[in-house]
Write a protein that binds this ligand. Structure first.
Ligand SMILES: NC(=O)c1ccc[n+]([C@@H]2O[C@H](COP(=O)([O-])OP(=O)(O)OC[C@H]3O[C@@H](n4cnc5c(N)ncnc54)[C@H](O)[C@@H]3O)[C@@H](O)[C@H]2O)c1
Ligand SMILES: O=C(O)C(=O)C[C@@H](O)[C@H](O)[C@H](O)COP(=O)(O)O
Ligand SMILES: [Zn+2]
Length: 363
């Protein structure tokens, strides 16, 4: 039985727990600590996740709170927009949700991001809980309070920093993910090793078969280690004034590709492509060695990440980076690797450097 608890603090005070288990058995106990007895709960989820987990989660909550409502939307990044949030607001209003009620985000990063944003803004803020079911959401998006939606395909353009009251992870839900979506989550997992923790990167390399086979021990270790890394960064810099930008490694070009491909590639796949390109720039600058760059390429190759789509025009990919949220006074804050396990922010990466690594066609 897996039972881990990581406290997430801000300014020295605990804000919420990340509970890592391998079932939903303790979900009610954890929610009861948030006084759900008198509160209405709205499970926000999407069709695919609902087909796997809604009945189980709903049935264990029924009778434990004032009422359980369910709001279901169409799965996929194309739903992460204001229109879905608008429909959710309408649902909450017509079902008379008030400030004491609570939203539960049951699903991947799309569900967590949009539910968190609705919670941040509905009635100027109601409580919400993250119940992440994808690997990506368990290791990354459910932690740290970045909530939001895409706006006309511009990634996460509208949002708020808004903390959940609890992150409840059932690691076993990873088992029902498609191969593609599982690998997508590994895009963020490898990022954690690259930016912050060489030993974790080495562990990923040494355990790649167990990771690929989704062995219980490998999943438990990977989710916990990534949560520890993400927690450390967001505790240090909750609102991305500094070090939190390192979590954006691979995202400057990754988000451009995600938008230009109209979400036909997943977020994690685009982050992986963006990470390989950022590693190439780091290598060309002599920050990491060719050998280190090869090690990075090998691990992404092992997990079969897609190549940069041929139909993309390098100039358009670079142009799109102008909409990055890390832009300051017209200068992009680009994350490069000083070494494996150590990333840094650079404000002098030129469009030509980005063009060169895209056009060299090695990714
Ligand atoms: N807020 C943050 O800090 C943060 C961090 C990283 C990514 N994100 C955002 O997260 C999103 C990507 O998250 P994602 O990859 O989870 O996407 P997602 O929510 O679309 O889930 C991916 C796919 O997996 C399916 N799925 C989810 N859980 C499942 C399960 N247990 N079994 C079977 N299928 C399951 C979903 O139906 C969907 O088709 C992007 O929008 C990205 O921008 C946010
Ligand atoms: O938590 C963070 O901070 C991150 O940057 C994590 C990223 O993996 C995530 O994709 C995030 O949503 C990107 O943020 P954005 O501010 O670039 O939209
Ligand atoms: Zn990401």
């Amino acid at each position: 039985m897996l039972e881990k608890r990581l406290e997430v603090s801000a300014e020295g005070k605990k804000v919420y727990d990340i509970v890592i288990e391998n079932s939903f058995s303790n979900l009610v106990k954890e929610l009861s600590a948030l006084d759900i007895q008198e509160r209405k709960l709205c499970i926000v989820t999407e069709r695919r996740v609902a087909s796997y987990y809604l009945e189980e989660v709903k049935s264990i909550l029924e009778g434990r709170c004032a009422k359980v409502e369910v709001y279901i939307f169409q799965e996929g990044e194309a739903s992460k927009n204001l229109s879905t949030v608008d429909n959710l607001y309408h649902f909450l209003i017509t079902h008379e949700f008030d400030r004491k009620d609570m939203l539960l985000a049951l699903g991947g990063g799309v569900t967590g991001d949009l539910t968190g944003f609705a919670a941040a803004t509905y009635l100027r803020g109601i409580d919400f809980v993250q119940i992440p079911t994808s690997l990506l959401a368990q290791v990354d998006s459910s932690i740290g309070g970045k909530t939001g939606v895409d706006y006309h395909a511009y990634k996460n353009m509208v949002g708020a920093f808004y903390m959940p009251k609890l992150v409840y992870i059932n690691v076993n839900t990873i088992k029902t993910l498609s191969e593609r979506q599982y690998h997508s989550g590994l895009g963020e997992v490898i990022k954690h090793g690259l930016i912050r923790d060489r030993a974790y990167f080495e562990w990923i390399k040494a355990n790649k078969e167990a990771i690929a086979e989704r062995k219980d021990e490998a999943l438990a270790h990977m989710v916990e280690e990534s949560c520890l890394i993400k927690r450390a960064v967001v505790e240090e810099d909750p609102k991305e004034h500094g070090v939190r930008a390192l979590l954006n490694f691979g995202h400057t070009l990754g988000h451009s590709i995600e938008k230009l491909m109209n979400f036909s590639l997943t977020h994690g796949e685009c982050v992986a492509i963006g990470s390989l390109l950022a590693a190439d720039i780091s290598s060309k600058r002599g920050y990491i060695s060719e050998q280190e760059n090869k090690e990075i390429k090998n691990i992404y190759a092992y997990f079969d990440f897609p190549a940069l789509p041929k139909e993309l025009k390098a100039k358009e990919v670079v142009k799109e980076t102008k909409h990055d949220k890390k832009m300051e006074h017209g200068k992009i804050k680009f994350i490069l690797l000083d070494q494996i396990g150590k990333a840094a922010i650079y404000q002098d990466v030129t469009p030509e450097e980005m063009l060169a690594v895209i056009e060299q066609g090695e990714v």
